[in-house]
Design a protein around this ligand. Sequence first.
Ligand code: NAD
Ligand code: MG
Ligand code: MG
Ligand code: MG
Ligand code: MG
Length: 333
Amino acid sequence: MSNASNPLATSRIAVLGYGSQGRAHALNLRDSGLDVVVGLRPNGPTWHKAKADGFNVAEPAEAVKGADLVAVLTPDMVQPTLYRESIEPNIKPGAALLFAHGFNVHFGQIKPRADIDVILVAPKGPGALVRSEYERGRGVPCIWAVHQDVSGQAEAKTKGYADGIGGGRAMIIRTDFKEETETDLFGEQAVLCGGASELVIKGFETLVEAGYQPEIAYYEVMHELKLIVDLFYDGGLAKMLQFVSETAQYGDYVSGPRVVDAGTKARMKDVLTDIQDGTFARNWIAEYQAGLPNYKRLKQADLEHPIEQVGAKLRARMPWLQPNPAPAAVAPL
Ligand code: NAD
Ligand code: MG
Ligand code: MG
Ligand code: MG
Ligand code: MG
């Protein structure tokens, strides 16, 4: 497919990282007729995958040399070293440095050279969906931002990249690095990963401590959460309320605000303040540099929680949840 109208039509794009986002971006950009090289550590975990997908794969420093746009799609915590060692000494003046999350630029972990554009395109979906929607001729909405424009073309390049990965077929929304970074961190901490997992765990513990069977508790507070989240995703609160019973709705109205109350909201604001004033970023960077002692301990505690034992046992009896349903007998409950 050619894409002569894309502002990046004659550009070389280096995609650094070939994980969830990197692979989807690289494949979509290539299918949009753009010139892509993938930058990875030789023989790293995804090196062979990128080769097998037919890409020109080079070490990051080599991929950056000669690129007009460098997309940094490695894990956020390896980006500062990658920038210092492979990008900063090699990126062409006037080229664009693109991120899918603003953390490192916003919190000063990467201080981009003054002679390059610094831009952001973040699809509002996981890499697999960014790819599958593109293959269906559609796209996943993206948010985009310009942090530094030295070429006078930063906005055009950003939109060209968003078009190239399919976002332009859906919708693109302008943001800035501060808004993208702070809202992303808040969402995952207060509501999505942190809030939702804690709500499930506390609900499970409440039922089990009251003498109910862990198996029953698991179904009620974790398994069925997917049904509710799918309704939110498809049609917001209205669809959820439409599909649950009147009893469930009444219980929602009177009991939900007792559990998640003004105190919860005040603590959400504290979490947001820690994100905004840099406390969270400082703590997380120090934790990472110390070798993740608390992260590992807290993760282990989650993995050893009783809900995980009962969950593994129950999921083994729901073959539709297994990637490759095993016909062999499963242990009796
Ligand atoms: P990932 O963990 O899925 O993939 C990381 C890739 O980087 C792998 O190919 C890995 O081999 C490679 N890599 C690791 N260290 C490297 C190094 N030192 N040098 C070169 N390559 C290295 O990452 P991801 O989830 O796709 O995240 C990439 C970026 O996209 C992050 O900034 C993230 O915040 C952002 N983002 C992710 C999602 C998502 O759905 N996963 C959504 C929006 C934005
Ligand atoms: Mg996010
Ligand atoms: Mg995030
Ligand atoms: Mg948790
Ligand atoms: Mg029920």
